[in-house]
Design a protein around this ligand. Structure first.
Ligand code: PEP
Ligand code: MG
Length: 566
């Protein structure tokens, strides 16, 4: 079995077609007729753009606008006057067109590759695709026709370029295996858009596999099974059918309101980590964002982001959501989330240390700049502020006072913001659960962070395998904590959501319905599954289950019972 990154879910069983790389070798030569060489280069660019436009049209028909735009982006890159100008300069200095294109593209590829940033590195793959396309045209190399691949083909390539994807006929290609690429690479995006199971970054796939051999591609797990026996073929055929059945069923929940079997409606939001994720949330049919983790803006860099940089990011996410709610959590650093340039002292016990709201309240300038950025963005959508790791009422009061200061500063400068912006509490510590009655009187909403709430209630670190058996939101103590938070919030008339992983758990959902949760915030791929799971229960059925569960004494008993009713 070969292992890689599962980048597009599903199972494909078929015969391998290896797409070997075409030789793009050329002998660099000095040109004397510069004008003729420039014309040769321009003709090649024109032809490349025509081909790309055709491919983009084909992709638009088969897949969608967004995927076509990836290819259209190639035209924009090569038509960019700077890049084209640099290539022309080399030709004017008597280099042949192949060498000029190669050299300038290489410069861009090196530059983009060096950033270490996934998205920018993706641009390097785009430029590589452009370089190969244009040099191929200059050399008169024939392109491999993926569109001729027969039904039941598993495509195996070193790198799946967007231009290759254009040739894919969805009905014929049952799987994709590549040697490069990640979850976020264009190959992955395109494979997912085409709904073709894909395993990327499989080392030695092109040399290790041979055309016509039978393989099974498990795009959910990232496995490629070679020489499968009949038993494996039968097992995976059944898995494939079950997967397709579930996909069809889940798709029937797209575009529907989230409601229980009795028609009671709920809000179903997504958790995101970057503004771009807001697009994924919308594509997944999320009804808003219940948790925007803002740490990404502060990590992977060597200085604090400015207020403007933050404003741009929050505004971008908000505009993508087109008026749907966006709950922005203020900086949650410390503990397992380190930011080297802040120079935080090493702590004996970082999870109980100087982190999240505690750090922010002691670094007021930095905190205020984040609050101002959020407030400025609130002029562009339904934005709400959420404080992490609250353990005492004073922290909420101090945070709210700083929000008021930030508002006053903006008002003095004549900058627009939402005067009535809601300020909520992420209830994720045992303390916040115990004083939920007090917090509910001063917070505009609660969102339960079960990832931390479970750890802090059980005093158990999920990462520590010796105590991880204690780490379960189905522990009686954690369930009592969750129930209490929801009831305290409901009593004060504020909305209570959940943004921890437990919100997507099928066993947890009837309990949350019974306790009175009104908003679920989950990862984008879970949205339709959670909508389906919520639709199974009436409030009365959920109450009957919760009554039984809350009378039980151990996590094992609760889990066994919930498994039996689900
Ligand atoms: C949580 O603690 O439940 C949560 C959602 O926040 P994070 O996972 O970012 O700590
Ligand atoms: Mg947390």
């Amino acid at each position: 079995m070969l292992k890689g990154i599962g980048a597009s879910d599903g199972i494909g069983i078929g015969r391998v077609l290896i797409i070997a790389e075409q030789s793009l070798e050329y002998t660099p030569k000095e040109v004397t007729d510069v004008d003729a060489e420039l014309a040769r280069f321009h003709d090649a660019v024109d032809k490349f753009c025509d081909n790309t436009m055709e491919q983009a049209d084909a992709i638009r028909q088969s897949t969608g606008d967004k995927e076509a735009e990836i290819l259209e982006g190639h035209i924009a890159i090569i038509r960019d006057p700077f890049m084209g100008g640099e290539i022309e300069n080399l030709i004017k200095a008597n280099q042949c067109a192949e060498a000029a294109v190669d050299q300038i593209c290489k410069m861009f590829i090196d530059m983009f590759s060096a950033t270490g940033d996934d998205l920018t590195m993706q641009r390097a793959a785009d430029v590589r695709d452009i370089r190969d396309g244009i040099i191929g045209i200059l050399l008169g190399v024939q392109e491999v026709k993926i569109s001729d691949a027969p039904a039941g083909t598993v495509l195996v390539v070193k790198e799946l370029t967007p231009s290759m994807t254009a040739g894919i006929k969805k009905e014929n290609i049952v799987g994709i295996v590549t040697e490069t690429g990640s979850q976020t690479s264009h190959s992955a995006i395109l494979a997912r858009a085409l709904e073709i199971p894909a395993v990327l970054s499989v080392e030695g796939a092109v040399t290790g596999l041979s055309t016509d051999e039978l393989v099974i591609v498990d795009g959910s797990k990232g496995d490629v099974l070679t020489a499968p026996n009949q038993e494996q073929i039968d097992t995976y055929t059944a898995k494939r059918e079950a997967f397709l059945r579930e996909r069809r069923e889940l798709e029937s929940f797209r575009g529907r309101t989230t409601a229980g079997a009795d028609g009671k409606e709920y809000e179903l939001f997504c958790n995101i980590g970057t503004p771009k994720d807001a697009t994924k949330a919308m594509e997944a049919d999320g009804e808003g964002v219940g948790l925007f983790r803002t740490e990404f803006l502060f990590m992977d860099r060597d200085r604090l982001p400015t207020e403007d940089e933050q404003f741009d990011a929050y505004k971008q996410a908000s505009l993508i959501l087109k008026g749907k709610p966006l709950i922005i959590r203020t900086l949650d650093i410390g503990g397992d989330k380190e930011i080297p340039y802040l120079g935080l002292a090493k702590e004996e016990n970082p999870f109980m240390g100087f982190r999240a709201i505690r750090y922010c309240l002691k670094n007021r300038d930095m905190f205020k700049s984040q609050l101002k950025a959020i407030l400025r963005a609130s002029a562009f959508g339904d934005i709400r502020i959420m404080f992490p790791l609250i353990t005492a009422v004073e922290e909420l009061r101090e945070g709210k006072a700083l929000v008021e200061e930030a508002k006053a500063d903006l008002k003095a400068s004549g900058i627009a913001f939402d005067e009535n912006i809601q300020v909520g509490v992420m209830t994720e510590t045992a303390a916040s659960g115990v004083i939920a009655d007090l917090l509910a009187k001063e917070a505009d909403f609660f969102s339960i962070g079960t990832n931390d709430l479970t750890g802090y209630t059980m005093a158990a670190d999920r990462g520590n395998s010796d105590v991880s058996y204690l780490y379960s939101p189905l522990q009686p103590s954690v369930l009592r904590m969750i129930k209490r938070i929801i009831e305290c919030g409901t009593k004060e008339g504020i909305s209570v959501g959940m943004c921890g992983e437990a919100a997507a758990s099928p066993m947890m959902i009837p309990l949350l319905i019974s306790f009175g949760l009104t908003e679920f915030s989950v990862s984008a791929p879970s949205v339709l599954k959670v909508r389906k799971n919520i639709s199974k229960w009436t409030k009365a059925e959920a109450d009957a289950i919760a009554d039984k569960v809350m009378a039980m004494t151990t996590e094992a008993e609760i889990t066994a019972y919930l498994e039996s009713v689900i």
